[in-house]
Design a protein. Structure first.
Length: 216
């Protein structure tokens, strides 16, 4: 099996940059419908310490003083750009699962015999950027959960091409070792508390424990 997760980078902020190329490398935040809180941040805004969901009035002065740019949310526009990205992805593979406005899983199983999947991922990333202006990260792995972990590894390692394939046992083990258990797909706050109490702190801890112990 082989899956790719295509994850649009800082999607709302990237949408705003499509018609404002002058904002490249400029901190951007997008606000909720009533401009009450921050619902999206560019990488630069995240580095400034702007938190997700923080009330806008608390960070407004500092953010604007540091040349930050702020936008009211435009969900119609974001939805249109998302549809364009998804339409492009649907042209690459027979099966696609749109997971959210900025994420989609691609089933690569029918392609892996004839394609270098890493190169294929790089090709997809290049065309999506060229045709829509949206940068994407692509994590490729044997299952959907690992493809999400591959995306986390791209962020953690700051991989320049923003494409990572986890295929060998050593690659997967290393990625799991560096993934906090709360970042595993499906592990929420309550489950994370139970796992932490049992000494399970990383995805590797979770992968190596006896399933019967987990059930208990």
């Amino acid at each position: 099996m082989a899956f790719a997760l295509v994850d649009c980078e800082s999607f709302y902020a990237s949408c705003e940059r499509i018609f404002r190329p002058d904002l490249k490398n400029i901190p951007i935040v997008v606000l909720s419908n009533n401009d009450g809180c921050v619902i999206a941040r560019s990488t630069e805004a995240k580095k400034m310490g702007i938190g997700m969901g923080v009330p806008w009035f608390k960070v407004k002065e500092t953010f604007l003083k540091n040349n930050g740019q702020v936008f009211s949310s435009n969900f119609t526009f974001y939805g249109d750009i998302s549809a364009r990205v998804m339409n492009i992805l649907e042209g690459f593979v027979p099966k696609i699962e749109i997971y959210s406005i900025d994420e989609a899983f691609l089933d690569l199983d029918s392609l892996k015999q004839n394609y270098n999947l890493y190169d294929f991922g790089c090709h997809i990333r290049s065309l999506v950027k060229q045709w829509t202006g949206i940068p994407v990260r692509i994590g490729i792995a044997p299952n959907k959960t690992l493809s999400k972990i591959a995306i986390n590894e791209i962020k953690r390692k700051n991989i320049p091409m923003s494409v990572l394939r986890l295929s060998s046992k050593n690659q997967i083990k290393d990625a799991l070792k560096h993934t906090p258990v709360h970042k595993v797909w499906g592990v929420g706050r309550r489950l994370n508390n139970h796992l932490s109490a049992a000494g399970i702190n990383t995805a590797l801890d979770l992968a190596e424990i006896d399933p019967q112990n987990i059930r208990k």
